[in-house]
Design a protein around this ligand. Sequence first.
Ligand SMILES: [Zn+2]
Length: 217
Amino acid sequence: MFRLIQLHTDAGVPRIGVDADGYVSARAALARYRTAPATFFAVGRFDHEGTLTEVILDPACGLDGACQRPAAVIHAKTFQRLCENCAAGLDVLTVPQLARRLGIACRLAPPVTTHRRNTIGTMRSPSGNRIAREFPDHVHDPAWRQELCGELSQSPTALNGLLIGAGALSHRQVLDLYPALCALGEELPTGVRNDLSRATARPLSPAGVAGLRLGLG
Ligand SMILES: [Zn+2]
């Protein structure tokens, strides 16, 4: 039995949430996962007693919706899958390191064979990566936030940078930056703000964590 799982850290301790719906194959579960990648972390394989025995990760980089390069590592705090390009300058884990951290076997699913728009993916600069790196040091800056909101309204690729940037903050940083985070929550393009507000109903999802930290929901 396969189910979609959520993962986030609570004061550095990984916590896993399990979705109610079950799937007979990892492939079917991954297909469902891909319809809502910001809501879930991965596919979990469960044994007959309902114990999580294996975590199966989507094989594509999750930072940037247009990236789609093969994932190579996992962001150390938000557990987003990243390709080598998008991981540059970020704190990451290898898949075996993630498995040790969770105490559960982890693997990347086989690569997806459908044709991707690779030329777009490889030509686009990894803006999500830059946003994730700059987030903690710049979110207090109104001009930086305005630029971010401009990017968010022009391209969905910036959203994952926001999710990683907000998700990777320590509890201490969230407290210190809370006024700036709430200001950003107010300034977000309407569509993004509505999506993140709705996501707070699933507080373990990357979008839910970001929404709560931006004072939404
Ligand atoms: Zn990438």
